[in-house]
Design a protein around this ligand. Structure first.
Ligand code: SF4
Length: 371
């Protein structure tokens, strides 16, 4: 059964009806169980479970300590280019946005790499907009080969590829893949992706699995929270992660919970996701998927990120720039119209590592190398 088959089984489920008939005993019973099934997970995402966040947090903390210890893996994104052929209504890189388009050449990439490596990072996430013409696989491969001189672990967040293309990038030095479905609800997906190859819902939905088949060591998925009912989108993200974990036992599967941030363009989130909603998603996901990594980016403000750490976060970005050439150049977020969205936590790497140490956590800059 493909993940899409699994999605279809749930697409017409009466979510509201299920949530409505849940009572306190149901939630308490679920919280006493060792292992959760899919319906249990859905129950923990319900309005009824909102008053159990404290209990969920205690359990999530224990599970995280058991599976990951007190370590948080740090990385930073490197935007290689912002050319994009897609028309996603919610993104400042949208082909219709009249912004300055940039693509780093190899010497500019080297400068960025040096600036990032000097901050202590050994793991990097490279991103492009989605343009096969402007940023073909060959370009990304050359960038990766160069970046292996600076970093031990290289992740990609680019347009979805075929299996053999993922294999080519793995051979060049990539070990991890991040790809967000953005929105699992098919009708909403069609409404928000007006033009471009990204309109192909299925090709995107199957990309994480193609990455697993190609041999990625780690695969990170997520939905862009705010585009559709967050409870359902979190549910589909969780069962997608479970599907990958069950079918690709040697792949490290993780989830991100990106919320919509201010960006160039006028699109406003359709579904508001409050801080407590984000907490509920993280806790329910940890309880359902104890072995999955949970990633929180600098989209979220510093105080919230600090409070989320003990609840199950295993990975976070730091000192991130979402503009092309943002590290070697001195520019300010949103003064530069090549940035994808506004950063909320602008702390330096030192400030983030100090905060982690204060909370009794070890910041990790590459897998199991503790500073
Ligand atoms: S979300 Fe990605 S594909 Fe869509 S416009 Fe932005 S960069 Fe392009």
């Amino acid at each position: 059964m493909s993940f899409y088959d699994k999605y279809l089984k749930w697409e017409d489920f009466d979510f509201a009806g299920y949530w409505k008939q849940l009572n306190d005993d149901d939630i308490e019973e679920i919280l006493n169980q060792e292992r959760l099934n899919t319906l249990d997970y859905l129950a923990l995402l319900s309005p009824k479970a909102e008053k159990y966040l404290e209990l969920m947090a205690q359990k999530a903390q224990k599970l995280t300590l058991k599976h990951f210890g007190k370590v948080v893996f740090l990385y930073t994104p490197l935007y290689l280019a912002n050319y994009c052929v897609n028309q996603c209504l919610y993104c400042g890189f949208n082909v219709k946005e009249n912004i300055e388009r940039k693509k780093l050449n190899l010497s500019e990439i080297a400068k960025e790499a040096e600036a990032i490596a000097n901050m202590g990072f050994r793991h990097i996430l490279i991103l492009t907009g989605e343009s096969r013409k402007k940023t073909p696989v060959k370009y990304i491969k050359e960038a990766v080969e160069l970046l292996t001189d600076y970093f031990d672990s290289i992740a990609i967040e680019i347009y979805p590829l075929e299996i053999d293309e993922y294999e080519e990038l793995i051979a060049a030095g990539v070990d991890s893949l991040t790809i967000y479905q953005e929105v699992y609800n098919q009708e909403q997906y069609d409404r928000l992706h007006i033009a471009g190859p990204k309109r192909n819902y299925h090709f995107r939905l199957d990309a994480p699995e193609r990455g697993c088949k190609a041999g990625m060591r780690a695969v990170n998925i997520g939905a862009l929270l705010g585009l559709e009912d967050w409870r359902k989108e979190a549910f589909f993200t969780g069962i997608h992660a479970e599907y990958l974990q069950n079918n690709y036992l040697d792949v490290e599967v993780s989830l991100s919970v990106p919320r919509m941030r201010p960006h160039l363009g006028s699109f406003q989130p359709e579904s508001k996701v409050e801080d407590e909603n984000l907490v509920q998603i993280l806790l329910a996901s940890r309880l359902f998927l104890p072995r999955a990594g949970l990633n929180i980016s600098t989209r979220e403000r510093a105080s919230l990120r600090d409070n989320l750490i003990s609840l199950g976060i295993t990975k976070m970005s730091a000192n991130a720039k979402t503009s092309v050439g943002g590290y070697a150049e001195s520019n300010t977020e949103l003064d530069d119209d090549t940035c994808q969205f506004e950063i909320s936590d602008n702390r330096t790497v030192n400030e983030v590592t100090t905060m982690l140490h204060k909370q009794g956590y070890q910041p990790v800059f590459k897998n199991w190398h503790i500073f």
